[in-house]
Design a protein around this ligand. Structure first.
Ligand code: PRP
Length: 192
C-alpha cells in the first residue's frame, strides 16, 4: 500500500470537518421540514423521500446527510460519466443505473459538487422521463463560477464564487483525496 501524506498536499482548507457537519445538519433539517410540513412532498402514496447518490463523489456527503435526517428516507445509487475530449461539450453517459424504480416518488438528487451543470441537467431529464412525483437537487458545493448551463439547485451547502480545484470529503483528483474528512484546495504542484 502506498504511503502518502494527503493532508500535506493541501494548500488551504476551505471547509473543515466541523463546518461540513454543521451545514449538513442544517440542510437535513431544512429538507425534512420542506418534505414534512412544507408541502414539497408530492408522492400520492406518502412514501419516504427517495435520495439518489451520484457516484462516486457524493458517497460521503450522502451517507452523512441521510443519517442527519430524523425521518425515514430510502436511497439508491447511480453512476454517470462525462465523455472525454472530442465529443459534444457536456455529453454525459450512464455507467450504472438505479436499481429501483422512482415512478411516483419524491426524488432528491444528492451531489458533492456542481460544476458546469451538465451532469445534473442530464440526470434531471433522465429522471423526469421515469415519471417521478417530484425531482429536486441538493449539492454540498456549488461551483457557480464554472457554470455553463442554467440549472436549478434547490439545496446548497457552500457556494464557491472563485474557481478553485477542491478535493476531499468524497471529491478526488486522479482518484486520490476522497477520504480526507474536510474540503481543501490542492497545492498546484500536485495537479498535473
Ligand atoms: C463530479 C461531480 C458531479 C460532476 C459535476 O463527478 O461529482 O457529478 O462532476 O460536474 P458538471 O456540473 O460539470 O457536470 P466526477 O465526474 O468528477 O466523478 P466522481 O463523482 O466519480 O468523482
Amino acid at each position: 500500500m502506498v504511503s502518502i501524506d494527503l493532508a500535506a498536499r493541501i494548500e488551504r482548507v476551505l471547509f473543515t470537518e466541523e463546518a461540513i457537519a454543521r451545514r449538513t445538519h442544517e440542510l437535513a433539517a431544512q429538507i425534512t421540514a420542506d418534505y414534512t410540513t412544507g408541502g414539497f412532498a408530492r408522492d400520492a402514496a406518502g412514501r419516504p423521500l427517495f435520495l439518489v447518490c451520484i457516484l462516486r463523489g457524493a458517497l460521503v456527503f450522502m451517507a452523512d446527510l441521510a443519517r442527519a435526517m430524523p425521518v425515514p428516507v430510502e436511497y439508491d445509487l447511480i453512476s454517470v460519466s462525462s465523455y472525454g475530449n472530442g465529443t459534444a461539450p457536456g455529453a454525459v453517459r450512464l455507467v450504472k443505473d438505479l436499481q429501483r424504480p422512482i415512478e411516483g416518488r419524491d426524488v432528491l438528487i444528492v451531489e458533492d459538487i456542481i460544476d458546469t451543470g451538465y451532469t445534473i441537467e442530464y440526470l434531471r431529464r433522465n429522471f423526469e422521463a421515469r415519471d417521478p412525483a417530484s425531482v429536486r437537487v441538493c449539492t454540498l458545493v456549488d461551483k457557480v463560477a464554472r457554470r455553463e448551463i442554467q440549472t436549478q439547485v434547490d439545496y446548497i451547502g457552500f457556494e464557491l464564487e472563485k474557481d478553485a480545484f477542491v478535493v476531499g470529503y468524497g471529491m478526488d483528483y486522479a482518484e486520490l483525496y476522497r477520504n480526507l474528512p474536510y474540503i481543501g484546495v490542492l497545492k498546484p504542484e500536485y495537479i498535473r
